[in-house]
Design a protein around this ligand. Structure first.
Ligand code: FAD
Length: 363
């Protein structure tokens, strides 16, 4: 009945569905959630787009990808300039002259460099054994203890002395007064939410929600000549080599009777004792200030099978496990594995679009 069955109405599945339909193919998209969009889904509450699965900022250096999304929707000129809060003091992120000024009162790049060098002196010639040593070697003690240690321990659920150094091989450090987090040429937030993008991509295409592919795997596979599968790769193979691991997230929403709760879209909480990692005030993504406002506290939590998988843990054990599944996947004639879960990789939205466009050209 169909040329393509696409499992997952996230960004990857939706771009492929759009592109193959445009080329005259017939497509069915299924998703187990009750909405399209996967993790970039935004939901309107009181006219504000709430990023249900974590804050998403579109940024890219790829002009073709930028032009591609702009065919469907309009982006505002939002620039990501998050803040970090530690013991009632706010610091600018990424680490820049603003941060160094807030931390030590220094005003010039020379003063900041001297300060950092004096704090990392003892670590410069060592081969770091863990993340703590690596961070101090890169940025010195004060920034590490104030802005990296607690946040990283909450993110990973482990002490920085038990985490491998490669997690922060490089740190974005700037000796300029520039607090634009990203260095990409294009950046913004959809003026009408990400869901509008997905809805445009899926216009005129058969979409079935609340449908889990595994409830009737064989029957669904028979419906189409080719399957694009964007779910978890280990689940497709019935976890025969074991489960791939993830970090998960918990979101706690609160409506607050004010038109401006924190004055910024994203504030990271870097103290270990504050249980959440950040607070998002969604209306700042679209430059609104209306009462009431909605905030989301984000908690980083351990993942167990059955929970929502957010961040793949690409350590040696998991990468080896993934490679075993990948070998099985490559032997499948009918099924193509893609997207973040199908390839067990963290991928930004622009990477996802690039990969989806490349695959459709190949197909
Ligand atoms: P998904 O969005 O996960 O879509 C997969 C879909 O498949 C889901 O809808 C799922 O329900 C469905 N599915 C799975 N299994 C089945 C099944 N068995 N049956 C039916 N359906 C199934 N990127 C950026 O560029 N900028 C950001 O600021 C940014 N912030 C992020 C913040 C967080 C917290 C996270 C986790 C990611 C962030 N990303 C960001 C990355 C972005 O979310 C991804 O690039 C994008 O969502 C990946 O799209 P996808 O289609 O591969 O996966």
């Amino acid at each position: 009945m169909y040329d393509f069955l696409i499992v997952g109405a996230g960004l990857y599945g939706s771009v492929i569905a759009h592109e193959v339909t445009k080329r005259g193919k017939k497509c069915l998209v299924i998703d187990k959630r009750n909405h399209v969009g996967g993790n970039i889904y935004t939901e309107k509450i009181n006219g504000i787009d709430i990023h249900r699965y974590g804050a998403h900022i579109f940024h890219t250096d790829d002009k073709e990808v930028w032009d591609y999304v702009n065919q469907f929707i309009t982006f505002n000129r939002f620039t990501n300039s998050p803040l970090a809060k530690y013991k009632e003091k706010l610091y600018s992120l990424p680490f820049s002259m603003y941060t160094f000024n807030q931390m030590w009162g220094v005003k010039t790049p020379d003063e900041a460099k001297k300060m950092i060098d004096s704090q990392r002196e003892a670590y410069i010639h060592i081969e770091p054994k863990n993340l703590e040593e690596q961070a101090i070697k890169l940025i010195g003690k004060d920034i590490y203890e104030t802005l990296i240690k607690g946040y990283t321990e909450k993110q990973w659920g482990r002490k920085t002395t038990d985490l491998p150094p490669f997690i922060i091989r490089r740190l974005p450090v700037r000796f300029t007064y520039n607090n634009n987090y990203f260095t990409d040429r294009y950046q913004g937030i959809p003026t009408d939410g990400y869901t509008a993008l997905i809805e445009k991509l899926l216009e005129g295409i058969d979409v079935k929600l609340n449908v889990d592919f595994f409830d009737q795997k064989e029957a669904y596979e028979k419906l189409a000549n080719k399957v694009i599968y964007t779910g978890m790769i280990d689940q497709y193979f019935n976890y025969q080599f074991g489960h791939l691991s993830y970090r998960s997230l918990r979101f706690e929403n609160e409506i607050i009777e004010t038109d401006n709760y924190q004055g910024n879209a994203v504030i990271n909480y870097t103290e270990k004792d504050v249980p959440f990692t950040r607070i998002i005030e969604h209306q700042h993504f679209t430059f609104k200030q209306q009462k009431p406002t909605l905030i989301t506290r984000e908690y980083s939590i351990d993942w167990k099978p059955g929970d929502d998988p957010y961040y793949p843990i690409n350590d040696t054990i998991n990468n080896e496990l993934y490679n075993k599944y990948k070998m099985l996947a490559e032997k499948q004639d009918k099924v193509i594995f893609g997207g973040r879960l199908g390839t067990y990789r963290y991928l930004d939205m622009d990477d996802i679009i690039r990969l989806a466009l490349d695959l459709t050209h190949k197909l």
